[in-house]
Design a binder for this molecule. Structure first.
Ligand code: HPA
Length: 286
């Protein structure tokens, strides 16, 4: 799309078309939305009474080419909570705009979710932590140069200049910590730096993001988090730290290491989200 066309484009009719197409699929109104990152798709297989639609069959949904991103909307129940899961996401590095990347999350927002859980695989920039650690996102640094709110102001999606000072909801953060400690699971808490990718970072870039406070580094999540914040949807973010970031260890990074580590922590990750969901619904209702 040219810049001029983008300035005139209105997302809302497309968002509502997609929401209208999904609504008949949902057994009940969804309470929580969950976005599953690289290698973390297995959670969607654990839903009770699951119904699924490939992204390709939902109007206007972007479709990913990345290995490990199945690309389905799955709705069902987990631990008594009605959830709608986005199994796989697209990324800005695939050539999509940040608004296209955030599109499915905006659809979930219009479907009435009361909270959004964003997950990702990320490099670990904190030298005191280790691959396989799970991290609750306390905040983010957007180094991608992109923002999903670029384009016309549409008040129906939320404010033009949304406040992000509590983007990662403190109530959901407390509930995540509680769920982790009840499971005896160590949950780190830190700042996620979003890079454009798709190349991994250089060691100098990792020294830079560490110097400005990043603990984890990845190529996703931030567009969806910003779009949800604009809609007033409380967000929780969980990173699976799959590898030490570039230059921290004297070894090359590989996508294989990312998927292998995500596989290794799969059960802990699923247990954490499962325990989190009912507590999250309760804390937001109260
Ligand atoms: N950098 C950026 N994105 C990532 C990484 C990384 O080291 N690991 C998994 N996703």
């Amino acid at each position: 799309m040219t810049a001029a066309a983008l300035r005139d484009f209105r997302w809302l009719p497309w968002i509502d078309e997609a929401a209208a197409a999904l609504r008949p699929l949902l057994p009940r109104p969804p309470e929580v939305g969950v976005v599953l990152g690289s290698g973390l798709g297995a959670f969607a297989e654990r839903l009770e009474g699951a119904v699924a639609r490939p992204y390709a069959e939902v109007p206007h949904f972007p479709v990913s080419q990345v290995v490990g991103h199945a690309g389905r909307v799955v709705a069902g129940r987990v631990n008594g909570v009605s959830v709608v899961v986005l199994q796989g996401r697209v990324h800005v590095y695939e050539g999509y705009t940040a608004a296209e990347v955030a599109f499915p999350v905006r659809v979930l927002g219009r479907l009435g979710i009361r909270a959004l859980v964003l997950t990702n695989a990320a490099g670990c920039a904190n030298p005191g932590w280790a691959p396989g650690d799970l991290m609750r996102m306390t905040d983010h640094l957007n180094f991608s140069g992109q923002n999903p709110l670029v384009g016309p102001d549409d008040a129906d999606l939320g404010p033009r200049f949304p406040d992000l000072s509590r983007l990662y909801d403190p109530r959901l953060a407390a509930v995540l910590d509680e769920a982790a400690s009840a499971l005896g699971l160590r949950l780190r808490a830190g700042v996620y730096a979003c890079m454009l990718g798709p190349s991994y970072e250089t060691p100098a870039e990792i020294r830079m993001v560490r110097a400005v406070g990043a603990d984890a580094v990845g190529m996703s999540t931030v567009p969806e988090a910003i779009a949800a914040a604009q809609m007033g949807v409380p967000v929780a973010g969980i990173s699976c730290l799959t590898n030490m970031a570039a230059g921290i260890l004297d070894q090359p990074l590989s996508h294989q290491e990312v998927t292998e580590t995500a596989d290794r922590v799969r059960e802990a990750f699923i247990a954490l989200i499962t325990a989190f969901l009912p507590k999250a619904v309760a804390v937001l209702a109260g």
